[in-house]
Design a protein around this ligand. Structure first.
Ligand SMILES: C[S@@+](CC[C@H](N)C(=O)[O-])C[C@H]1O[C@@H](n2cnc3c(N)ncnc32)[C@H](O)[C@@H]1O
Length: 450
């Protein structure tokens, strides 16, 4: 099984059971209110602005309207009581049928063990000479926050739990409300916990620079951050940035290509090219490539994590001593949208999940989520910390090299979690065996300038 993507799909294939129709009564009126052409006004907009509206428009965005966009399990799954994979899949199928949500994220499916693994990683690494300060971005239903605080209450030295703070930065008002309720189930957490309902990528929300060490957690957030799209008509032509505009009939949208001018896109392309410049081609090779592209021109499309670049620039600026724990999809199957690092645009109708073939069809009724290229993420992190310089960058700011590691989910959970808790009777362990398309990225500050 592959998390979030295959959960619903594979289950229905597995059991051939049509799903119930929990959405019918409200999807259609909702659609009547919002169409993609409402997102775009008279002037063209960048693809990232289009995606931002489709997901986070306060009225109609997928995450703003649908508190059910992030599922909450009523009770934890008792893995030890299930026989094996078949029993687990049957159980999941029932959960999906009984709930109106599209996806359950790993922190939810494996609660409380997934969050406990993250708490243990913090406990083993944090510097407790200063009060523990945790920020979570995009905390969804609050399950991670509650799990981490529960774990620290029971396992950390008393003063650590007593003096800690946990701040959730959540863009969706409906999810922010749910987070308060989830964490509020344990009254002693409440004095340490707060939710700030805002866009974490907006620097103004962070206030003054926080000079103390702190932790930032982001689970399945990078995949939902706005991305840009660049296009080139063949393998050797320059990249163009993609904008979206209304056609003359005002009902359909189309793409417009412009020379690179947006500074965020340009920075992202430069960071991406750093990778390629390390494997420089010989002159003869690039000449051959150019001739080949004239004979067999093939249009190129490439999705850029500009939302991630913006967020990390903001975080490094506001929290220069942060330690970061992020987990996300490293790969997505069956993607129908074209381009490198292309997203899935997935909706659920009549109880069935289906994918749109164009991102321009997303109307607030669809999740748009991207795979994360973890090496690219590492480069972005080093660039935003000031350590990695771009060629055109003349700034003398001396950044510190961060210590970073990319781990498979199974390796992370084996190291910090309690794998025995998610093991079924016959030894099958969905957290370790199935979540092959997700990884963890850990990044901590150091004093090294080299
Ligand atoms: C796929 S959900 C993941 C929720 C939760 N972390 C989990 O794993 O269950 C993505 C979350 O990120 C939030 N989010 C996305 N962009 C954000 C931003 N710029 N600032 C704050 N929250 C954001 C969404 O509202 C949602 O809560």
């Amino acid at each position: 099984m592959i998390s979030r993507t295959l959960a619903a799909k594979e289950l229905t294939l597995f059991f051939h059971t049509p799903k119930v129709n929990p959405f019918n009564f409200w999807v259609d009126p909702f659609r009547a209110l919002f169409s993609t052409t409402h997102i775009v006004g008279d002037k063209p907009i960048l693809v990232r602005d289009f995606i931002h509206s489709a997901l986070y428009d306060p009225q109609h965005g997928y995450f703003s309207q649908r508190s059910g966009s992030v599922g909450v399990l009523e009770r934890s799954i008792k893995f030890n009581q299930l026989q094996g994979r078949k029993a687990y899949m049957k159980h999941l199928d029932k959960i999906y049928k009984d709930s109106a949500v599209s996806w359950f994220t790993p922190v939810e499916l494996f609660k409380p063990w997934y969050a406990h693994g993250i708490a243990e990683a913090i406990l083993r690494t944090a510097n407790f000479s200063v009060p523990l300060k945790i920020y979570e971005i995009g905390g969804g239903s609050g399950t991670c926050a509650k799990g981490i605080m529960d774990y620290l209450m029971l396992n950390a030295p008393d003063r650590v739990y007593k003096n800690m703070t946990y701040t959730s930065v959540e863009i969706s008002p409906s999810l922010a409300r749910i987070q308060r309720e989830t964490v509020g189930e344990v009254s002693s957490h409440l004095s340490k916990f707060k939710v700030e309902c805002r866009d974490a990528a907006d620097r103004s929300g962070w206030g003054d620079v926080e000079e103390q060490p702190c932790w930032v957690i982001m689970l399945e957030v990078l995949d939902n951050l706005p991305h840009d799209l660049i296009y080139s008509k063949d393998q050797s032509s320059p990249w163009m940035e993609v904008w979206v505009e209304k056609q003359h009939d005002r009902d359909t949208l189309s793409e417009v290509y412009k020379p690179l001018q947006d500074t965020l896109i340009k920075r992202c392309v430069e960071i991406m090219d750093l990778d390629k410049s390390q494997t420089t081609q010989s002159g003869a090779m690039s000449k051959a490539k150019s001739i080949w592209s004239k004979i067999f021109p093939k249009p190129q499309r490439c999705w850029l994590p500009t939302g991630c670049l913006k967020l990390l620039e903001v975080l490094h600026g506001a929290l220069p001593k942060m330690s970061l724990i992020a987990s996300d999809f490293s790969y997505l199957p069956d993607v129908k949208i074209l381009g490198e690092r292309a997203p899935l645009v997935s909706t659920k109708k009549d109880g069935w999940s289906s994918d749109y073939i164009s991102y321009l069809d997303a109307k607030g009724d669809a999740d748009i989520f991207f795979p994360t290229d973890f090496l690219f993420l590492e480069h972005i992190d080093h660039y935003c910390s000031g350590w990695l310089k771009l060629q055109k960058d003349k700034s003398s700011k001396q950044g510190k090299k961060r210590r970073t590691i990319i781990l498979d989910t199974s390796s992370f959970m084996e190291e910090f979690g309690l794998p025995s808790k998610t093991r079924t009777k016959d030894g099958y362990n969905p957290l370790l065996d199935d979540f092959k398309n997700t990884k963890f990225y850990l990044s901590v500050p150091t004093h090294n300038t080299k």
